[in-house]
Design a protein around this ligand. Structure first.
Ligand code: GH3
Ligand code: MG
Ligand code: MG
Ligand code: MG
Ligand code: MG
Length: 302
């Protein structure tokens, strides 16, 4: 760990630096609160050991400023001071200190406190990692790893608002696997699940731009949002998806319309100058999907 030692006494700075080095950590030193703040501006540290009585900013003031500046990014701060009143202790913790040691402090005590803080910091890191993972999980559909409906809607709405300012067309594609109930009945539900993953992958392979959105909208329904895409662009992408799914040639012996798994696709493309909402464009794509189903499936309608 990189440990910042803030101490105005040169003798103590020297001694404590040595303790920190011997404990296997890297000491960085500052001889005042001001110097500490300056150093922190471009040097991240893992822990701070802070004197209280110093000319200029004292340790409490420096700590309060650091806490304000770091916001939710917590690093342990330990005071090491000659001030031994209960009231000083209270003020130190109030200012944002995590521990309060009274001088003289032995090497062994310093080591033990560093170790304890290290353990808490590790736990904090693990929690924040877990939190990020949970956040990511809550955005994805667990079977296909595509955006779930809620997250798709959220991101799509953002893209839609962005497009409003640029006066470009936004396209929505609704996709539905053909005769999927019969697929499940014939091959079983687990095979149906695997088939949905394959269809999802095929759709994904046709979306080339990082801002195209793909979500699983419901059971065997998928949805795509293509920003900056007019009817001819939408038709190109829609047709390429239709072909990509069919070309996977996943057998579907029970289908009355094709020997393989296919999708029907409905598209709608709209400029916001026309005054429609995203919900209305999605509905229009859904109506086009209905037409695609009725024109025999494995086709694209817009
Ligand atoms: P159509 O061509 O008209 O769309 O016919 P369909 O059979 O695909 O449509 P229907 O809406 O009748 O059936 C959809 C089926 O999708 C029924 C449901 O059991 C299945 N399904 C929905 N979600 C899942 C899933 O997560 N896994 C599996 N294996 N099947 C699913
Ligand atoms: Mg001092
Ligand atoms: Mg359906
Ligand atoms: Mg279907
Ligand atoms: Mg249906």
């Amino acid at each position: 760990m990189k440990i910042l030692l803030v101490e105005d006494s040169a003798t103590l700075r020297h001694a404590m630096s040595q303790y920190i080095t011997e404990a296997g950590h890297t000491p960085l030193v500052a001889d005042s609160g001001e110097a500490a703040l300056q150093l922190l501006e471009d040097t991240p540290v893992d822990m701070i050991i802070m004197d209280v009585e110093m000319p200029g900013l004292n340790g409490f003031e420096t700590t309060a400023l650091i806490r304000e500046w770091l916001g939710s990014h917590w690093i342990p701060i330990i005071f090491v001071t000659g001030m031994s009143d209960d009231e000083d202790y209270r003020q130190g913790i109030e200012a944002g200190g995590d521990d309060y040691l009274i001088k003289p402090v032995s090497k062994m005590i310093i080591n033990a406190k560093i170790r304890a803080m290290e353990r808490i910091a590790d736990m904090r890191d693990q929690l924040s990692k877990l939190n990020n993972e949970l956040e990511e999980l809550s955005q994805l559909d667990s079977l296909t790893q595509l955006l779930n409906r809620r997250t798709f809607n959220e991101y799509a709405q953002k893209q839609w608002l962005l497009a409003g300012r640029q006066l470009t067309h936004t396209c929505v594609l609704m996709l539905d696997v053909d005769h999927f109930k019969l697929y499940n009945d014939h091959y079983g539900h687990p095979a149906g699940d695997r088939c949905l993953v394959q269809v999802g992958n095929a759709i994904k392979s046709c979306l080339k731009r990082p801002y195209d959105l793909l979500g699983r909208y419901g059971g065997e329904e998928f949805v795509v949002l293509l920003p900056d895409t007019d009817v001819s662009g939408a038709t190109r992408v829609g047709e390429s998806i239709r072909r990509a799914v069919a070309n996977q040639a996943v057998p579907h012996e029970a289908s009355p319309t094709s020997a393989h798994v296919t999708v029907s696709i409905g598209g709608a493309s709209c400029s916001q100058t026309a005054g429609y909402s995203l919900e209305e464009v999605i509905k229009a794509a859904d109506r086009a999907l209905y037409r695609a189903k009725h024109s025999g499936r494995d086709c694209f309608e817009i």
